[in-house]
Ligand binder design. Structure first.
Ligand code: BTN
Length: 243
């Protein structure tokens, strides 16, 4: 697979989206930057990452074989790819927080930002952005962030970590291509953060409520059992898991 290595860029997602719209991105192309000056997170947040300490990269994947209703499975496949990539490096106790945060020790080690590439009203591909904290140890102002080094006491070679995750992305997209959605969902649910544990949530109106995460619906909604044994389903942006 081709990898474009950059010293600095605003955002690898923005760069790769432009490249793919211009017809310059093939399936599997990855772009990795030592520094992002405008790294972007989910829901308009900023992704900060110290220069050359961590991985900030994006991968272009052809998703034309998926129906729109199956798009949540991209998020599942990528979360599990990061999960398995970290496992292959010997990391234990990794969890996936719905929809696609990767946690260890209750702290976030990686974030994922998936953006569709649309040409003439058709989704031609997905740009999958991953920020993975590797060798950074100072997270001042980010008390719920962690890194591979903080967790294991070991300094990692960034290329090796990148290679481990890219391999898993290919493996997990093959699950998508071969329509093994049930396998993906079962694996995703088995690693789900706070599954079956008493948890507190906030909904889009700001109300706080308690419940138990019981799993994920077939179209990617979070299923929560609330008071009265009622199962509620939430879309991304409709609910935040607080603790
Ligand atoms: C999140 O908020 O958890 C998602 C963070 C995604 C960050 C990555 S870093 C590489 C790629 N380029 C970006 O601008 N964002 C993603």
């Amino acid at each position: 697979m081709r990898i474009i290595k950059l010293d600095a860029i605003d955002s690898t997602n923005t760069y790769l989206k432009k490249l793919s719209v211009a017809g310059g991105a093939e399936d599997g192309l990855a772009v990795v930057a030592k520094l992002q000056t405008q790294g972007r997170g989910q829901m308009g947040t900023v992704w900060d990452s110290q220069e050359a300490k961590n991985l900030t990269f994006s991968v272009f994947k052809d998703v034309s074989f998926l129906q729109l209703t199956q798009h949540f499975y991209i998020s599942m496949a990528v979360s599990l790819a990061v999960y398995d990539g970290l496992n292959s490096l010997g990391m234990k106790d990794i969890k996936v927080k719905w929809p696609n945060d990767i946690l260890s020790d209750n702290k976030k080690i990686a974030g994922i930002l998936i953006e569709n590439v649309i040409k003439l009203n058709v989704i031609t591909g997905s740009v999958i952005g991953i920020g993975l904290n590797v060798n950074q140890t100072d997270f001042t102002g980010l008390p719920s962030a962690t890194s591979l080094l903080l967790l294991s006491g070991q300094v990692y070679n960034l290329d090796e970590v990148l290679d481990a995750v890219l391999k898993q992305i290919e493996i997990h997209f093959n699950y998508l291509k071969t329509k093994q959605f049930k396998v993906l969902k079962a694996k995703y649910e088995s690693q789900l953060f706070r599954k079956n544990k008493p948890s507190t949530f906030k909904n889009a109106e700001g109300s706080v409520f308690s419940g138990y995460i019981i799993g994920i619906s077939d179209n990617g909604q979070l299923l929560v059992r609330v008071e009265g044994n009622i199962i509620k389903s939430f879309d991304f942006k409709e609910v935040v898991l607080m603790y």
